[in-house]
Design a binder for this molecule. Structure first.
Ligand SMILES: NC(=O)C1=CN([C@@H]2O[C@H](COP(=O)(O)OP(=O)(O)OC[C@H]3O[C@@H](n4cnc5c(N)ncnc54)[C@H](O)[C@@H]3O)[C@@H](O)[C@H]2O)C=CC1
Ligand SMILES: O=C(O)CCC(=O)C(=O)O
Length: 528
């Protein structure tokens, strides 16, 4: 059988050799297709290989009736609609390791260009000006580099910056003080990093939680004269806020490889002399392009020839006979993890999962993977799946333990998930109710009963008359409709919990209004 492979973004010719050498692969390279042309052409293809340029939208996927795999030659899969691909049974693979080094080197090049104003001085010289006064820089030695996101690239940047004798302070939700010590770097909250850094570099994915991470409020916390580098994703910095921070002289310089809108012909940040930029070149080296292309090509060949892929982004991998028994619990397991991770802001060290009742004598490993996927995706994004979840947890030093008990305390089946951090232990339990689907039935020691879906508001408060009324009227003032409400308490007049589901996502100011009520200890919102 012949497989048709479409390569729609420029990929390294050496990198695609594995595909050329494989049997029965018909390769078409067309990097000039408009979205409309691609939508027509895609029906003929079994595999699509892209970088970050081709937008693999839900609409495109809906036309891709023969497509089995999308290969992303790079890390970020934010140009691919993963939900749509999963819904259509299309596997998405990426190449997470091949461009780490290049992206880290590009970041260092940006930091050094910024500190010594090399692009500006070069431009001036090209314009026949010999201006030595204007382009006085600063040394990196003994300056503090703040790193936000200490994954593959962030860690490589840290090692290199140490070579420049910089002090490093980093924040990553999975970074512990011990790990930071071992790396010989400082560790802090995002706020700490923003406050102490002379240079700030970002290496997180673009997620709901990282969109506009560097916004007006963040710039206010920074030192005067701070310099900013973004070689991760446009959108992590609020470009409007950055523009004002530069024109008001709060920020002395910025080096940007990525932008909120790409490609662009016009971006007012580039009119500022303090800004230097490259057109998303972080991974553009011969070596990286070869490696990422080789990695995705191997996965494409593996998938099309019935072998296991190495870097799946959305692939469920459960044997059929086990799947039948446990599939109904997948959603519950993932939602329990997703909900629980929002109950703590501390670094998770241990996860204990207790399966009981009907789950006592079934193979629960795939449920554990789904639970851990739910736990990790808040910080690691959509590339966490049930295949790589345990691996990613282990890499972050998180211990996962499965436990089984035959009795489910009044339920026919029960999954309890507990996370332990240095100073606290939080837990959530859920069950699958026959015909009614998943329910969360316990949050820490409080009994509740709600469907883990939609916008859930968790309020810890003092058990006192009038609190429920205050919440109700505050929400109605903000035109927020309550769909369901649950309350439970430790003891009369003691600590209590209120769980609401509401009809819309709650904005920051609406949350602040709830938090300002005297009897409220804390409020959190989880969009499930
Ligand atoms: N400019 C370019 O050409 C390239 C850009 N990239 C981008 O760089 C980014 C990082 O890539 P990798 O290091 O390979 O990914 P990674 O997954 O190894 O690391 C990302 C890290 O960000 C952390 N993180 C998530 N939310 C955070 C938050 N709110 N605050 C602080 N840290 C947070 C995660 O815990 C994780 O450790 C991705 O967005 C990727 O697309 C990657 C390669 C090339
Ligand atoms: O394909 C490229 O050059 C972009 C690389 C990138 O941004 C990524 O791997 O996330």
């Amino acid at each position: 059988m012949m497989f048709n492979i479409l390569i729609s973004d420029p990929l390294s010719e050496e990198g695609i050799q594995p595909l050329r050498n494989a049997e029965n692969m018909n390769i078409v390279i067309d990097t000039e297709l408009t979205p409309e042309e691609l939508a027509v052409k895609i029906t003929d293809f079994d595999a699509l290989l892209v970088r970050s340029q081709t937008q693999v939208t839900r609409e495109l996927i809906s036309k891709a009736s023969n497509l089995k795999i999308i290969g992303r030659a790079g890390v970020g899969v934010d140009n691919i609609d993963l939900d749509a691909a999963t819904e259509h049974g299309i596997i998405v693979v990426n190449a997470p390791n091949g461009n780490t080094n290049s992206a880290a080197e590009h970041t260092m090049a940006m930091i050094m260009s910024l500190s010594r104003k090399i692009p500006q001085a070069f431009n001036s010289l090209k314009n026949k000006r010999w201006d030595r006064k204007k382009y006085v820089g600063v040394e990196l030695k003994n300056k503090t580099l703040g790193i936000i996101g200490l994954g593959r690239i962030g860690a490589e940047v840290a090692y290199r910056a140490k070579g420049q004798r910089m002090n490093i302070t980093a924040y990553d939700p999975f970074l512990t003080e011990e790990k930071a010590d071992k790396m010989g770097i400082g560790y802090g909250t995002v706020e700490d990093v923003l406050q102490v850094a002379d240079f700030i570099t970002i290496h997180t994915p673009l997620l709901k939680e990282t969109r506009h991470l560097l916004n007006e409020d963040a710039f206010k916390l920074m030192k005067d004269g701070v310099q900013i580098v973004n070689c991760a994703r446009g959108g992590i910095i609020d470009e409007e806020a950055l523009y004002h921070a530069i024109t008001s002289k709060k920020v002395a310089g910025a080096a940007l490889d990525v932008f909120e809108e790409e490609p662009f012909m016009d971006n007012k940040l580039l009119e500022l002399p303090e800004v230097i930029a490259t057109p998303h070149l972080g991974a553009s080296t011969i070596e990286a392009q070869e490696m990422v292309a080789i990695d995705v090509c191997h996965d494409v060949i593996s998938l099309l020839t019935g072998e296991t892929v190495k870097n799946p982004v959305n692939l469920p991998s459960v044997p059929g006979e086990i799947l039948n028994k446990i599939e109904p619990y997948f959603n519950l397991a993932e939602k329990l993890g997703d909900f629980l991770i929002h109950l703590t802001d501390e670094v998770i060290e241990e996860v204990n999962i207790y399966y009981s009742g009907d789950l006592y004598d079934v193979e629960v490993a795939p449920l554990t993977r789904n639970t851990v996927k739910g736990l990790l995706k808040r910080h690691l994004g959509n590339h966490v799946n049930d295949v790589n979840a345990l691996f990613l947890a282990e890499k972050r030093g998180i211990t996962i333990q499965e436990n089984k008990t035959p009795k489910a305390r009044g339920f026919t089946n029960l999954i309890k998930v507990e996370v332990k951090t240095k100073s606290e232990s939080r837990s959530v339990s859920g069950t699958l109710l026959n015909g009614l689907g998943p329910r969360i039935v316990k949050v820490d020691h409080y009994s509740v009963d709600f469907t883990p879906k939609g916008h859930v508001v968790v309020i810890h408060h003092k058990d006192q008359p009038g609190v429920i009324g205050k919440m109700g009227s505050l929400l109605s003032q903000h035109n927020i409709n309550i769909a369901t409400m649950q309350v439970d308490r430790s003891d009369v007049g003691g600590d209590a919990i209120m769980m609401l589901t509401v009809d819309k996502h709650m904005e920051k100011d609406e949350l602040e209004a709830l938090k300002s009520v005297e009897e409220i200890y804390d409020v959190m919102v989880v969009d499930l």
